[in-house]
Write a protein that binds this ligand. Structure first.
Ligand code: GDP
Length: 213
């Protein structure tokens, strides 16, 4: 259990920049295709079942949802993408909201892009990574639902994703810097990868080090 994440609580939802909390402190945002497992990942990382709503219907998802960890630190659930059935107007609205947030949010310290380990790096995911890079954000690519694959297949998928990232010139550096992507295998079902991801987020959020019992 990570107490800093466990105390996450809903703060506010915003459909435009006007409704966002003051741009101070530290934020980490979560993006992903609808149904990739983003809500489940946020819930698992925060040790809470009902924090981010799972399986929300498209159209109701065009909001930035802010969860506070403390006065200075927030997690942000970005609207899911890739739903075939939404209108062009909804898509344009989503794009404007995301680009505005990713480009202008000063307190944004990192971007987590959640992907189903069985279907990673779709065109729209690559688009999202390109936005993250344009905004000079460090990124963490979460390959979730890993419990759906055997360990060998998990490692194979992770290696394949790293290979593709290198081709896209977004490979993993020794020490992660702006615009670069690291990869973690994850499962909201089993908790695989939770501590490693929490550690990464804690670094981005500049959470004080925990005193080990
Ligand atoms: P979101 O639309 O990206 O927020 O996705 P959700 O978190 O709502 O998850 C979509 C579906 O995938 C739900 O039925 C979840 O129960 C399931 N799911 C999410 N994460 C995992 C996981 O790690 N393992 C398994 N087996 N299923 C998952």
């Amino acid at each position: 259990m990570h107490p800093d994440f466990q105390r996450a609580a809903f703060l506010t939802a915003a459909a435009s920049r006007a409704g966002t909390p003051p741009d101070t402190g530290f934020e980490v945002a979560f993006a992903g295709r609808s149904n990739a497992g983003k809500s489940s990942a946020i819930n698992r990382l925060c040790h809470q079942r009902g924090l981010a709503r799972t399986s929300r219907t498209p159209g109701r998802t065009q909001q930035l949802v802010f969860f506070r960890l403390d006065d200075e630190r927030r997690l942000v659930d970005l609207p899911g993408y890739g739903f075939a059935k939404v209108s062009l107007a909804v898509k344009a609205g989503w794009q404007a909201l995301m680009e505005d947030y990713l480009r202008r949010r000063q307190c944004l310290e990192g971007l987590v892009v959640v992907m189903d380990i069985r279907h990673p790096l779709t065109d729209i995911d690559q688009h999202m990574l390109a936005w993250g890079r344009a905004a000079a954000l460090p990124m963490l690519l979460l390959l979730t639902k890993a419990d759906k694959l055997k360990r060998g297949a998990q490692q194979h998928q992770a290696a394949e994703v790293r290979r593709q990232l290198a081709q896209l010139d977004m490979g993993e550096p020794g020490e992660q810097s702006a615009g670069e992507v690291s990869v973690e295998v994850f499962s909201a079902e089993t908790g695989l990868g939770v501590e490693r991801v929490q550690e990464r987020l804690a670094g981005w959020l500049e959470l004080p080090p925990r005193v080990k019992a």
